[in-house]
Design a protein around this ligand. Structure first.
Ligand SMILES: Nc1ncnc2c1ncn2[C@@H]1O[C@H](COP(=O)(O)OP(=O)(O)OP(=O)(O)O)[C@@H](O)[C@H]1O
Ligand SMILES: [Mg+2]
Length: 266
């Protein structure tokens, strides 16, 4: 089982879109896939027509069980998405209270990891969607994954947000026993705009090793698919946005293959 977290402290950069896009592709390629919503706003949960304001069972239940010293089967929290092979562990609004209590949550950094470990026989891939802020939820998501995907909008302000995210990563790495490979994914790329072209150039110059060598283009398909509540890859497999995410997925899977001479998986 592979766990990938999608995070960036900046809002609206395409995190949730990356999760549903990669998730739809993975399930259509035959991988049993779980999407996990760690954002109190529950955009991923709403995408699949569940109401984060009304849900009783959610990722919050994992934290609540630990606080109340009870055990919970994470499989009991999982919902269907309407797409075969693609499941959802939804968010509820109660998650917002966790970040407010963060001071009292010492020792709560591994709750998500411990829960996902229990699902390792049931899924090939787990993709975790994060809120756009550093707090106990993001810390849990970073502790639970083997890979971090950082979507970055190709515009000037976004680069500052990326620096902040990479600093967070450094901080989290100090408390992790294992390394965390990360990839920067340029999103909302519009080749007609100077902002897109010049921020992509800056990304290439500043982070040549971490940057994926493709781009996710601006594509109205993402909003249409979201309005329909269907993963983009199922809504329109040939759309250029979907083709771009498929190329990203292929390159991520290639990195995950053990290198013949290194003998260590990424
Ligand atoms: N490549 C794209 N082209 C056009 N629209 C996009 C693209 N990626 C995402 N969007 C749209 O932009 C909006 C914001 O995207 P998304 O919700 O994925 O960002 P986010 O980083 O998860 O935001 P938040 O920080 O609020 O959680 C959504 O309406 C989505 O449909
Ligand atoms: Mg989001």
């Amino acid at each position: 089982m592979k766990v990938w977290t999608i995070a960036n402290q900046k809002g609206g950069v395409g995190k949730t879109t990356t999760v549903v896009s990669l998730g739809g592709l993975l399930s259509s390629w035959g991988f049993r896939t779980l999407l996990v919503d760690m954002d109190p706003h529950g955009s991923l949960t709403s995408y699949f027509r569940y109401d984060p304001d009304a849900l009783e069972a959610s990722t919050y239940s994992l934290f609540q069980a630990v606080a109340e010293k009870q055990t919970i089967d994470p499989a009991s929290l999982i919902c269907e998405t309407g797409t075969e092979g693609l499941d959802l562990l939804p968010a509820s609004m109660a998650l917002a209270t966790l970040d407010r209590q963060a001071g009292r949550l010492e020792g709560m950094g591994l709750i998500l990891k411990n829960a996902l470990d229990k699902l390792s026989d049931q899924y090939d891939y787990i993709l975790v969607d994060c809120p756009p802020m550093l707090g106990v939820l993001m810390v849990n998501a970073l502790a639970a994954c083997q890979r971090l995907i950082i979507p970055v909008q190709t515009e000037f302000l976004a680069l500052k947000g990326l620096e902040r995210m990479l600093n967070t990563l450094k901080m989290v790495l100090k408390s992790r026993k294992t390394d965390l490979s990360h990839v920067i994914v340029p999103t909302f790329f519009d080749k007609r705009t100077r902002a897109s072209i010049s921020s992509l150039k800056t990304l290439r110059e500043s982070w040549p090793n971490e940057l994926w060598n493709g781009v996710i283009p601006v594509d109205t398909l993402f909003r249409e698919a979201s309005r329909a509540g269907i993963p983009p890859a199922i809504f329109d497999p040939r759309a250029r946005g979907v083709v771009a995410y498929a190329a990203l997925l292929e390159s991520l899977q290639q990195i995950d293959q053990p290198h013949p001479s290194a003998g260590v998986a990424g």
